[in-house]
Design a protein around this ligand. Structure first.
Ligand SMILES: Cc1cc2nc3c(=O)[nH]c(=O)nc-3n(C[C@H](O)[C@H](O)[C@H](O)COP(=O)(O)O)c2cc1C
Length: 184
């Protein structure tokens, strides 16, 4: 059982990092394996909208822009579940999360039931450390992404500076429940 936790903040010591740590704790408490991948440490550029809008992503289900996307795409194919933990930027996912998930969606959404993420559970966490606004629009975009790649929403969790303490508990419990379900 292998869960990939994608975190997408440049800040190693902020709210997003605390949420990712809570996820890892929950998964390990269930006795499962989890790896955090910090997207900001990788070189994953923007989709180039090759050709007339679709490149090799449409029919070959591979991205033709060579960077750190390809090895991470391969790891996602092997994963049993995914957790997306993003800071809320402008009511949306951070840029590193957007860049990776946009390219992954292009490769996997056209595969429909053959998607590498088909039926796999996903937890999405939106960490709003500023005004506390924009969590819902951020989660809405993550929910739409989960639907496009034919994965399954396990939970969508908003967290801000004021809800931090009790939401970290909820995040840990959600991750534990997802891992336990996968192992049952
Ligand atoms: C470009 C940018 C846009 C942001 N937009 C929002 C926002 O819409 N709502 C909010 O509550 N915080 C916003 N913030 C604050 C971040 O959500 C906050 O810094 C959060 O804690 C980031 O996670 P971190 O603690 O991992 O750095 C923004 C921050 C940046 C850098």
């Amino acid at each position: 059982m292998n869960v990939i936790v994608l975190s997408s903040s440049p800040n190693r010591d902020g709210l997003t990092a605390a949420c990712a740590t809570a996820v890892l704790e929950g998964i390990r408490q269930a006795g499962a394996q989890a790896k955090e991948v910090r997207l900001n440490d990788l070189d994953i550029g923007l989709c180039q909208a090759c050709g007339n809008g679709w490149g090799t992503c449409l029919n070959e289900h591979e991205c033709q822009e060579e960077d750190d996307f390809q090895p991470l795409h391969a790891r996602i194919r092997e994963a049993d579940a995914l957790v997306l933990v993003t800071p809320v930027y402008w009511g949306d996912l951070s840029e590193s999360a957007k860049a990776f998930t946009d390219r992954l969606r292009r490769c996997e959404a056209p595969r429909r039931e053959e998607s590498a993420l088909f039926g796999k559970p996903v937890i999405a966490v939106a960490a709003a450390g500023g005004s506390g606004g924009g969590m819902i629009t951020c989660l809405l975009n993550m929910e739409r992404w989960i639907q496009h790649v034919r994965a399954r929403v396990f939970d969508l969790i908003p967290v801000n500076r004021w809800s931090r303490d009790y939401k970290l508990v909820a995040i840990r419990e959600a991750a534990r429940a997802m891992a336990e379900e996968l192992m049952s």
